[in-house]
Design a protein around this ligand. Structure first.
Ligand SMILES: Cc1cc2nc3c(=O)[nH]c(=O)nc-3n(C[C@H](O)[C@H](O)[C@H](O)COP(=O)(O)OP(=O)(O)OC[C@H]3O[C@@H](n4cnc5c(N)ncnc54)[C@H](O)[C@@H]3O)c2cc1C
Length: 566
């Protein structure tokens, strides 16, 4: 794979996966989505007499558009509704006047273990490059600033020993949870072994927090409180993780065991090109539709407006009413917006889901996140300080307000982009009431304490760009962050695409997206749940997966989640 070396191996290698790459294969539902969508026989078919029938797809984010694209290939007519911007939380906002230079307001770094996501990136021919994460070669240099002390380094080993002790403690703590064994089972795609190790962790850790894991691990128990604190502030792979300390430890296990936190790449020109590209991309050899058919051509250019109501009529058909009052009838509806919107933005008939499902949809919890970007005249941070020979500024991790500052070099002669601050939870809430100018001032003031001799403001050109996802009524939060005790809710939402055992009154409405996924905050989870929904919709239309290429719902007996009981 050109873009994601090691992300996927050729099909001939599948027999011998022992040394295969770590991918987002489960661990909760270890189905090989990447193999399913690349199988030469295709993913399946629906009966010809149902070709051309409409399916409502609510939301034009990555999950909605992956699902719509695959449903179009199966010969259905997806009708996409979007209340806000196409691309959803893959939002690359261009800086005015700077062609192709964007602020990545949502997803911005994509681990190569996201093999289904990269399938679509590659299909669209998009270029990627390493993301400038802390202490990586792509960042060049990193500054860690904690409790007023500032350290400059190119790699972990150049930081004071405390940081290596923290990194080692984290690695050892994970081994207490069989990290290497689980990764080996993922590499080998050995479902039985993976499930036995993972289910053991589910029963022991669903009820307990990330902080509990760190504090009670043998590795950290031997060390000081300061080690835990530094771990929270500097974290692993991508930056500080203390915002996640209250989350269920299972969330964190999933991230590290599937390598979501390592080998991340950015999409040159912006991640929004993935969903937007799928909108325009002609389906190769679609069932029913003429060659060259795309989602854009089926919609005559634009999606339908936002959805205001979903209901069921007496004859069993579902109706979708848009915000301008137009109502259309469908046998099948796919909802991909955040599930809280089913009780805030959309009047959704209660009988469409069981009470247990409503509990899961409403109790699901979102994390807050804020980012503020500025365009600068050039990547001035690479200038050398004549006194020290060091970069005048670096990718910066700090316990101050900014938390993480990321620097994007767009190449010779191009303006640079600074993500002055990317923060979550309490740190994001501190920014929430502030307008963009004040956010920039607050960030610059924090950075001035770390770089007293550097005039960052003198490099700023154009208007700054900011986001607080929790302030947007079409999202209400950045992404799911499951709390202790939420495994059952996750499981209910995730498995809902297998509707064989549901009462008739609850069938035909499907869900996909970040908050349905077991790996929220990673686009791969949105893609995988979209593919689950495609399987569910295909079978709902009387179709089936190709016999040589069983789909996610065909393997539920072996892949089924652990039932923790009520
Ligand atoms: C700050 C942030 C950072 C992230 N970082 C990363 C990262 O680095 N790497 C990574 O892999 N992932 C990252 N993610 C996660 C990734 O962006 C998401 O998993 C993914 O984009 C979610 O896609 P989705 O289709 O499930 O949902 P969405 O993108 O939210 O799509 C749902 C769509 O539904 C629309 N909608 C809402 N209400 C209605 C309505 N009434 N009618 C019609 N449409 C409606 C919304 O406008 C939206 O476009 C990040 C997300 C955020 C917010």
């Amino acid at each position: 794979m050109a873009n994601a070396p090691g992300g996927r191996e050729g099909r001939e290698d599948r027999e011998d996966r022992e040394g295969g790459p770590v991918t987002i294969f489960g661990p909760d539902f270890p189905f090989p989505f990447d193999d399913w969508i690349t199988h030469p026989s295709g993913i399946g078919s629906i009966p010809a007499e149902r070709h051309g029938e409409e399916v409502a797809v609510i939301g034009a984010g990555i999950s909605g558009l992956v699902a719509a694209y695959e449903l179009m290939k199966l010969g259905l007519r997806p009708v996409v509704y979007e209340a806000s911007q196409m691309g959803g939380r893959l939002r690359s906002q261009p800086f005015e006047g700077a062609d192709g230079v964007v602020a990545e307001l949502g997803g911005m770094r994509f681990p190569i273990s996201s093999t289904s996501f990269y399938h679509y990136v590659d299909k669209l021919g998009l270029q990627t490059r390493p993301f400038p994460n802390p202490l990586t070669e792509a960042a060049g240099s990193t500054v860690v600033d904690l409790e007023g002390e500032t350290y400059y380094a190119g790699s972990l080993g150049e930081l004071p020993p405390l940081f290596t002790e923290v990194a080692d403690a984290w690695a050892n703590a994970l081994e207490e949870a069989r990290f290497t064994d689980i990764q080996n089972a993922i590499r080998a795609r050995d479902v039985a072994t993976l499930k036995s190790f993972w289910n053991d962790l589910v029963s022991r850790w669903d009820d307990r927090t990330f902080y509990d894991f760190v504090a009670s691990s043998q590795a950290f128990s031997k060390l000081s409180f300061r080690h835990r604190e530094v771990f929270g502030q500097v974290g692993f792979g991508t930056g500080g993780w203390d915002s996640d300390f209250p989350n269920s430890m299972l969330e964190i296990f999933r991230v590290v065991m599937t390598n979501c936190d390592t080998d991340q790449r950015l999409i040159v020109g912006g991640a929004a090109q993935v969903p937007r590209g799928l909108w325009r991309c002609p389906a190769p050899r679609p069932a029913h539709w003429p060659q060259g058919t795309s989602l854009a051509s089926l919609h005559r250019g634009a999606p339908r407006p936002g959805v205001a109501r979903i209901a069921r009529e007496a004859d069993g058909w579902l109706t979708v009413t848009d915000e301008w009052g137009s109502t259309r009838r469908y046998s099948t509806v796919l909802v991909t917006c955040q599930s809280w919107l089913l009780t805030t933005q959309i009047e959704c008939e209660e009988s469409l889901f069981s009470e247990k499902m409503w509990t899961a949809l409403d109790r699901t919890r979102y994390m807050q996140s804020s980012k503020t970007f500025v365009l600068v005249d050039r990547p001035f941070w690479k200038d050398k300080d004549p006194r020290t020979g060091r970069d005048v500024m670096s990718m910066t991790l700090t316990d101050r307000l900014t938390r993480g500052t990321y620097l994007f070099d767009n190449g010779e002669g191009q303006p640079g982009v600074m993500c002055l601050t990317y923060s979550w939870m309490s740190d994001a809430l501190k920014m929430l009431p502030e307008p963009v100018e004040r956010r920039v001032q607050l960030a610059l003031s924090a950075l001035r304490k770390i770089y007293p001799d550097l005039d960052i403001a003198s490099h700023i050109i154009g208007d700054p760009i900011t986001v607080s996802w929790e302030a947007d009524r079409h999202f209400l939060g950045a992404f799911k962050g499951a709390l202790p005790g939420h495994y059952r809710y996750n499981q209910r939402m995730y498995a809902h695409f297998m509707q064989g055992k549901l009462p008739a009154a609850e069938r035909g409405i499907f869900m996909a997206g970040d908050d349905v996924s077991f790996t929220p905050a990673w686009a791969e989870g949105a893609v995988q749940t979209a593919l689950n929904a495609v399987w569910g919709i295909m079978t709902h239309f009387g179709g089936a997966a190709h016999p040589d290429n069983p789909g996610p719902g065909d393997r539920d007996d072996t892949l089924a989640h652990l039932d923790l009981g009520d």
